[in-house]
Write a protein that binds this ligand. Structure first.
Ligand code: UDP
Length: 450
């Protein structure tokens, strides 16, 4: 089919690694089904990213009002989000006009749930609208109930309250999502969800079967995950080995060389994602907990977090551990020396570990992470949650014993069996005719005929 005639989707992720990764992967799947796709990044991200020059996806830019430094250039979260909304509204419209003038009119805008203002941009241009949620369906369903005023989130130290929602297990207060200063951003995701043409989730049918039964009654839901590069799952998209946009530079050589002589299943991989700042006290407990575990460990400590490492820690761990500022996470998780993943339970990290069959030690910090941690432990059985103390800190002994629950042969047996089971189901979802593959094909077909 001629390029010009293909339906054109404009895809708008929130400008952060954990949002770009799943949405870019979805773009690649759409291209494979005959859709032309343009992914819009902010000018700042576009200047700072390392993008795959061979990408089948086209890139466009809009502005968040901070073209020189992005979020770091803003005065506060509120300041950033209001500029992203106001300047974004205008400049996203400019991008749509520009694409139209270049002979590539857009048919559908697929926007991140974090950017509900994009709904009105699409409406102004008469486009179809789809919202893409990068968090789990369970978490989004909880937030939706908060938005509708049907429940409120109890304080984390409230021992008595529970959250009860159809299709979800009961959540104790400390297991519920904790939106903190991003409350408006998270809750307002639902301001127009009842009016969009499609609702996409980076999950797969079997993973969240119960809650999906409930939300499919509310919206036209399509599960399209897990959004890992195809080579890790169904292997049907040629050369799709990497997400394709890196906001940080991975220490590839150092990681691979260090892992190369470690025995199979012997290394703990530790990462807290791209965004959160771990409390200094927590950082110290993690450091000594890892050292005391006596296992080898590969720990990602981002440049800005490094000052929180205990004095002399790097010298003391010597060959037992490697600390890097950013890793090629998927390649690490598939390395045969890895035995478990100590994670903050960001949804991408969780779904990556599930898809690659790596058992998890959960150390959720905030936002959707406590709820993801609950699913990891209680629902999917693919990991063990390290329980924080009353100050919210996981102390070194708790971390050490949680690691043992997963790494030791007898204790970790069931977790490992579950991890292997979910890995197969994740791949099945994207194999030809699998639930996610079918949903992506159906969406592409609807676009072709609308
Ligand atoms: N990631 C990576 N290298 C690292 C740490 C993280 O490539 O050293 C990737 C990881 O594979 C995931 C994303 O960054 O796709 C982090 O997303 P997640 O939802 O887990 O956490 P967030 O950064 O949103 O808190």
């Amino acid at each position: 089919m001629e390029n010009k005639k293909r339906p054109h989707a404009l895809v708008l992720p929130y400008p952060a690694q954990g949002h770009i990764n799943p949405m870019l992967q979805f773009c690649k799947r759409l291209v494979s089904k005959g859709i032309k796709v343009t992914l819009a990044n902010t000018i700042y991200i576009s200047k700072s990213m390392l993008a795959d020059p061979q990408s089948p996806v086209c890139f466009g830019t809009y502005s968040d009002g901070f073209d020189l430094g992005g979020y770091a250039q803003s005065e506060s979260t509120d300041n950033y989000l209001s500029s992203l909304r106001d300047v974004g509204f205008q400049t996203l419209g400019n991008l749509i006009k520009k694409l139209d003038e270049a002979g590539n009119p857009v048919n559908v805008l697929i926007y991140d749930g974090f950017l509900p203002w994009a709904f009105d941009v699409a409406k102004n241009f008469g486009l179809k609208k789809a919202v893409f949620f990068t968090q789990s369906c369970a978490v989004n369903t909880i937030y939706y109930h908060v938005y509708k005023g049907l429940i409120s989130l109890p304080p984390r130290d409230d021992e008595t309250s529970v959250i009860s929602i159809p299709g979800l297990p009961l959540f104790k207060s400390w297991e519920a999502p904790a939106p903190m200063e991003y409350r408006d951003l998270l809750i307002n995701q639902y301001s127009n969800v009842d009016y969009v043409d499609w609702v996409f989730f980076n999950t797969f049918h079997k993973l969240e079967e119960e809650v999906l039964k409930y939300v499919t009654k509310l919206w036209k839901v399509r599960t399209i995950g897990p959004t890992l590069p195809s080579m890790y799952l169904d292997k049907r998209l040629e050369d799709d080995k990497d997400y394709g946009i890196n906001l940080f530079k991975p220490n590839y050589g150092a990681c691979m060389e260090w892992l190369s002589d470690k025995p199979s299943g012997s290394v703990i991989y530790v990462s807290f994602g791209s965004f959160i700042q771990v409390e200094a006290e927590q950082m110290e407990e993690i450091a000594w907990g890892l050292k005391d575990s006596n296992f080898n460990f590969l720990w990602v400590v981002r440049e800005l977090e490094k000052a929180k490492l205990p004095n002399n820690f790097i010298n003391e761990i010597s060959e037992q551990g490697l600390v890097v500022t950013w890793s090629p996470q998927l390649e690490i998780l598939t390395h045969e020396s890895i035995g478990c993943f100590v994670t903050h339970c960001g949804f991408n990290s969780v779904i990556e570990a599930i898809s690659l069959g790596v058992p998890i030690v959960g150390m959720p910090q905030w936002s959707d992470q406590p709820a993801n941690g609950k699913y990891v432990d209680d629902v999917w059985g693919v990991g063990f949650r390290a329980r924080p103390d009353e100050k919210g800190i996981v102390n070194r002994n708790v971390l050490k014993s949680s690691i043992k629950e997963v790494m030791e042969e007898e204790k970790g047996k069931v977790i490992k069996e579950n991890a292997a089971k979910w890995k197969n189901l994740a791949t099945e979802a994207l194999d030809e005719g699998g639930s996610s593959d079918k949903n992506i094909s159906e969406f592409a077909a609807e676009l072709l005929y609308c």
